[in-house]
Design a protein around this ligand. Structure first.
Ligand SMILES: Cc1cc2nc3c(=O)[nH]c(=O)nc-3n(C[C@H](O)[C@H](O)[C@H](O)COP(=O)(O)OP(=O)(O)OC[C@H]3O[C@@H](n4cnc5c(N)ncnc54)[C@H](O)[C@@H]3O)c2cc1C
Length: 392
């Protein structure tokens, strides 16, 4: 087949040209059904038509974090939040393996699977997201609910609903004052209100204001909203340790909890370190603009598990979404020969926090807007994103 005949017309600047690889072995392994791999799965026919074998490996369905806090708050069901990535790729001529990748051997060009098997590749792409780092809080591993994987928020909701039924006041501590900690706290409060349950909820943040990566106006808005809803917000206070039923804070306080939720920042999953490639400052695979590892052109990484050289990016789904068409193109180009495209991150992006109770907080650069319209807009954007992949 001529080089890249079945690939889409390049949509972005040409970054370089690679020669065609051995035609006998052109297997693409997609590790993790993250945002970008959903897109590749939905377009797998293009890769298959270009003579590639495409296999997606994930132990779970795709759970969408955009709707997940609303699901926690009782606005959406679990089914609203999921995509069956296996069905998606198989309907497009690809293959799905329900398994977890536990290692990557670059010399042998193979990934190892939790089930014990091995999968050979000619090009591999990592889109495994991120996990909450619990290591710096002794005891958290045993007693806390991390906000990742996203499916945890569904399990957390079910647990909260069961505990609410017991009738006693439930004490919940949320550690972390970033966007996810604020959203999670607001939606636990919203769920309690929906179910008519009694709740004592504390949000504890190490930094001296909530949403410290955003303008101060946004911090004031979210703090006012949470306090209005009787969520106790403690600032400048880190959770140092979790013990059964109590957290120990850096300021000496020891609040009691029935449930502890940890939203203290995201890090690349452990499997990334096994890839044997250079890592960036957030411990993701260090990639260049073509989304390839700076050490190995046949190792791609996208989304939260990648660190773009020279452009530290927030852990935010929008980047994986923007990388998707470039990844699709470059996977074909690197194996069939062709020009590579470059990803250039946008400088500003819209993010909308779901604050439960029908309200959202929209953030765009220095601008922020709180209210019902913000949440309606978020609902519309998120549902539209999922609809593309749900209708296989
Ligand atoms: C509470 C909360 C709310 C958020 N809300 C938003 C929001 O509204 N908008 C937004 O843009 N971002 C939001 N984020 C950030 C967002 O979750 C991440 O930036 C986004 O999920 C990253 O997408 P991804 O494509 O990199 O990976 P993900 O979408 O997280 O997908 C990773 C996939 O990899 C799989 N996987 C993991 N390890 C392995 C392995 N070893 N082998 C095989 N498969 C594996 C997982 O099962 C998963 O399916 C939120 C985060 C949190 C914690």
């Amino acid at each position: 087949m001529p080089q890249g005949t079945a690939m889409k017309v390049p949509m972005r600047a040409v970054a370089g040209t690679v020669g065609a690889m051995e035609r006998t072995a052109r297997r693409v392994v997609l590790v993790g059904a993250g945002h970008a791999h959903l897109y590749v799965a939905a377009h797998a026919r293009e890769l298959v038509a270009a003579g590639l074998e495409v296999t997606l490996v994930d132990p779970d369905r795709f759970w969408y974090s955009g709707l997940a806090t609303g699901m926690l708050g009782g606005s959406y069901d679990a089914a609203d939040d999921q995509v069956d990535a296996g069905r998606l790729i198989e309907s497009r001529g690809g293959r799905f393996l329900r398994d977890r990748v536990v290692g990557l051997d670059r010399d042998r060009r193979a990934v190892t699977l939790e089930s014990g098997g091995r999968l050979d590749f000619d090009a591999v792409s990592l889109n495994v997201g991120s996990e909450v780092s619990l290591a710096h809080v002794p005891g958290a591993e045993a007693y806390a609910w991390p906000v990742k994987p996203t499916s945890n928020l569904w399990r957390l909701r079910r647990t909260l609903e069961e505990r609410f039924q017991e009738g006693a006041t439930l004490r919940v501590v949320v550690a972390g004052g970033g966007a996810s900690g604020c959203e999670v706290a607001a939606n636990i409060e919203a769920l309690a209100r929906r179910r008519g349950a009694r709740l004592e909820l504390a949000l504890i943040s190490r930094s001296d204001r909530l949403l410290r990566r955003h303008p101060e106006r946004a911090s004031r808005q979210v703090t006012a909203e949470l306090r209005r809803r009787r969520i106790m917000v403690s600032l400048g206070c880190a959770v140092d340790e979790a013990t059964p039923g109590r957290v120990i804070c850096s300021d000496g306080r020891r609040p009691e909890f029935d449930l502890l939720v940890v939203a203290t920042g995201l890090q690349a999953p452990r499997v990334i370190a096994s890839a044997g490639v250079s890592l960036g400052e957030k411990r993701g695979v260090l990639i260049g603009a073509t989304l390839q590892s700076v050490d190995d052109p046949r190792v791609f990484a996208v989304g939260d598990c990648a660190d773009l050289r020279g452009h530290p990016l927030e852990r935010f789904g929008v980047f994986a979404v923007r990388q998707s068409p470039i990844l699709l193109h470059n996977l074909g180009a690197v194996l069939n020969g062709g020009t590579l495209q470059e990803f250039r991150p946008q400088r500003r992006w819209l993010s909308i926090l779901n604050l439960g109770a029908g309200r959202g907080l929209a953030l765009w650069g220095r601008w922020s807007w709180r209210g019902r319209i913000a949440l309606l807009l978020k609902d519309r954007i998120d549902r539209r994103f999922l609809a593309r992949y749900k209708a296989t």
